[in-house]
Write a protein that binds this ligand. Structure first.
Ligand code: ATP
Ligand code: MG
Length: 412
């Protein structure tokens, strides 16, 4: 299929190459959803060349030179070679077309994403040592990381995202540039930051990306409530680090995710797990004897979560869902086996609504403690609660199908 496309472009006197993510993913032995191509042909020509070949052709952003098409079960994106220049006060590149594959690759974010395979010759093009980087699992920029991140600060978020997604480690020079330029992320639109943050959170190793965001100071700009969870230990060392706890709860939630019965990975559950204690720093009270308490951190946390998600332009549905989970995550703390009345259990179910299975996962994930006996007690208490919920729901179903007749009427 790919060679057919290459031959078609070659006959018309144009270069075309598979580029970026799919080339990297082939080397990683990882399946790639999208097939991205770069070509010397201008968008009008690309459209014409695809018209007689693909099943369906559409304009993804002709202004940026990208045309999409479907051929059989494949979806392709074909972008005209670009050479971009940047306005230093904004991240919007001024698009100007380039005439060489090398020029196109030089403007890409990382060496591992700046590899190409020319078609139909299958010539491998790797001007920045991307293959070696993939072998070593490192993230490096094609040129100096400072210049690259100054051209487009979103690349710093992408570095953290790829670290989490691919289990790669950024080169020390990349980390240093992220530290030095973290505040430049503020010129990037909230939507683009959000999209990278989502990809990071739903990745296999979110801890790796989140630690990088926090260590470099990027998190101070995009999700400041997260580094704020690094509360100091009190002099009795009784006060656990809420940041570390949050990452653990996130990882537990990932382990429990298969119980959800929704399409996985589930961003809402994971993000709620990450920020469920977001209200703690603001509600912390030191009591006599060195005891630390958090007053209403569920309510305050839900507010903070919603505010942050709104600033990051999350959808209203996601904001409501995460906010509700944060607000309800403490409710179970009042549950000792048997102590909740049926109406308290019903209220729990009603308040959770369609978030019930996510709330189960979050609360179970949060019920972890190093004390094995305590952890086991919490687990069995939650099993008990879920059983009671199931019993009540069965009962309600029975009630709802029972005919509105009394015994005599039924006899009649
Ligand atoms: P995936 O699709 O698995 O998330 P990807 O590498 O394909 O990973 P995309 O965001 O789809 O990432 O971008 C496609 C390609 O475009 C990248 O591989 C990279 O070469 C280039 N690219 C994307 N964003 C940038 C950017 N901000 N700066 C420079 N190059 C970029
Ligand atoms: Mg892609």
């Amino acid at each position: 299929m790919v060679d057919e496309l290459g031959a078609r472009f070659a006959t018309a006197g144009h270069e075309i190459a598979l580029v970026g993510g799919p080339v990297r993913d082939i080397l990683l032995g990882r399946g790639s959803k999208d097939l991205d191509f770069a070509t010397s042909a201008r968008p009008e020509v690309v459209e014409r060349l695809l018209a007689g070949w693909a099943n369906h052709v559409w304009d993804i952003g002709k202004a940026f030179g990208t045309i999409g098409c479907r051929k059989g079960e494949w979806v392709l994106e074909i972008t005209t070679y670009r050479s971009e220049s940047y306005d230093p006060t904004s991240r919007k590149p001024e698009v100007s077309y380039g005439d060489s594959l090398e020029g196109d690759l030089s403007r890409r974010d990382f060496a591992m994403n700046a590899m190409a395979v020319l078609l139909p010759s299958h010539q491998f093009v790797d001007p920045y040592g991307g293959m070696e980087d993939v072998a070593n699992r490192v993230i490096r920029t094609p040129g100096s990381p400072e210049d690259s991140f100054s051209d487009d600060p979103l690349r710093m978020m992408r570095a953290a995202r790829f670290a989490a997604q691919l289990d790669f480690t950024p080169d020390p020079a990349v980390v240093a540039a992220m530290e030095a330029m973290a505040d430049r992320i503020t010129i990037v639109s909230a939507e683009r930051v959000r999209d990278e943050l989502i990809k990071l959170v739903i990745s296999p190793q979110p801890r790796k990306g989140l630690d990088l965001l926090v260590a470099t100071g990027l998190a101070d700009h995009v999700l400041p409530e997260l580094p704020a969870l690094q509360l100091e230990l009190d002099e009795h060392h009784r006060h656990k680090d809420v940041y570390e706890h949050s990452l653990t709860v996130l990882e537990q939630a990932i382990d429990l995710e298969p119980r959800l019965g929704v399409e996985l990975p589930d961003f809402v559950t994971r993000f709620a797990a990450l920020i469920h204690d977001i209200g703690k720093p603001k509600t912390r009270k030191f009591e006599d004897g060195g005891k630390v308490t958090f007053h209403h951190h569920d309510v305050v946390g839900a507010k903070l979560a919603k505010k942050r998600m709104k600033a990051l332009r999350f959808s209203n549905e996601q904001i409501d869902q995460v906010g509700k989970l944060v607000e309800l995550h403490l409710r179970f703390h009042g549950y000792g086996t048997g102590e909740w009345t049926d109406s308290a259990v019903r209220r729990y179910v009603r308040d959770a609504g369609d978030l019930l299975s996510r709330l189960h996962v979050l609360t179970r994930a949060d019920s972890t403690t190093r004390n094995k006996r305590k952890a086991e007690a919490l687990r069995s208490a939650y099993d008990d609660l879920e059983e009671r919920i199931a019993r009540l729901q069965e009962q309600e179903e029975l009630d709802s199908i029972r005919p509105d007749l009394d015994g005599n009427q039924i006899m009649e």
